[in-house]
Design a protein around this ligand. Structure first.
Ligand SMILES: Nc1ncnc2c1ncn2[C@@H]1O[C@H](COP(=O)(O)OP(=O)(O)O)[C@@H](O)[C@H]1O
Ligand SMILES: [Mg+2]
Length: 245
């Protein structure tokens, strides 16, 4: 049974047009999903709808059989759905430890938050040695790891990442994917929107191609990767250049 059931969702901003135009997707616990598609397809909008930032105009988002309609983002978060947005929204003047503590603010029990931070640091040793430094002293890749670590303090069931490797060098991007592989191994479902479609699809179990606000193709990632029509339309023709990089 699906953990998140998105059914025929229409959504948009203000009085603007529908950006999601009848989108459906089932998210199974522990499975990883990569969402690809052209700019403006509605990928970020979909993540905003799931986490409660943007209420759908129609259709439904169910989580373990419960409709998420009308819940605030913090209430969605409490149920175990974490969103790491694209804008790297760290508290850059605060220390790394303080940023991790902010991740657990809804827990209120500070001893419990500290215990969980210890667990997160085992996954991200690079943060451990820098706990007392301001977040702004971290490199782009380390900041992305801190964002993921901050989300993990809540022990989410699902973590959604919007273009986590944007602007990062290939080597650092691979480190971010290594971190995501650890999340996968920990049984957390992952929904990642990724510009580097091949890298994202090679990581994920399930691939979703979004265009014009709806799902135009989904299936096991390897099927998406090997579909010639999808490749031509959405993945670009890049095999050689990628192999060379
Ligand atoms: N806050 C917003 N207000 C109005 N329009 C928006 C907003 N955010 C995104 N859009 C519009 O929604 C469409 C889809 O955006 P988005 O979901 O960010 O696409 P993607 O992530 O696939 O590139 C775009 O046309 C964009 O201009
Ligand atoms: Mg986007």
């Amino acid at each position: 049974m699906a953990m998140i059931e998105i059914k025929d969702v229409f959504a948009g901003y203000g009085i603007g047009p529908d950006i999601l135009t009848g989108l459906s997707l089932n998210v199974v616990a522990g499975r990883s999903y990569c969402i690809v598609g052209p700019n403006g397809a509605g990928k970020s909008t979909l993540l905003k709808v799931i986490c409660g930032q943007l209420p759908p105009r129609s259709g439904s988002v169910m989580f373990n059989g419960q409709d998420l309609a009308g819940l605030r983002t913090d209430e969605v978060l409490e149920r175990g759905i974490c969103f790491v947005p694209q804008d790297r929204s760290l508290f850059t003047d605060m220390t790394i430890r303080e940023n991790l503590q902010m991740g657990g603010y809804i827990l209120k029990d500070s001893a419990e938050i500290d215990r969980r931070i210890e667990g997160v640091l085992e996954m991200f040793p690079v943060l451990k040695s820098r706990l007392g430094l301001a977040a702004k002293t971290l490199s782009g890749g380390q900041q992305q790891q801190l964002l993921i670590g901050r989300a993990l303090v809540l022990r989410p069931k699902v973590i959604m990442l919007d273009e986590p490797t944007l602007g990062l060098a290939p080597k650092i991007s691979r480190q971010i994917f290594d971190s995501m592989n650890e999340l996968k191994a920990a049984g957390i479902a992952i929904i990642v929107v990724e510009q580097n479609a091949r890298m994202g699809l090679n990581f994920a179990d399930w691939g979703c191609v979004l265009d014009l606000g709806r799902m135009v193709f989904e299936g096991p990632s390897q099927d998406v990767l090997s579909d010639e029509r999808i490749e031509q339309l959405y993945l670009g023709r890049k095999r050689q250049t990628e192999a060379a990089s």
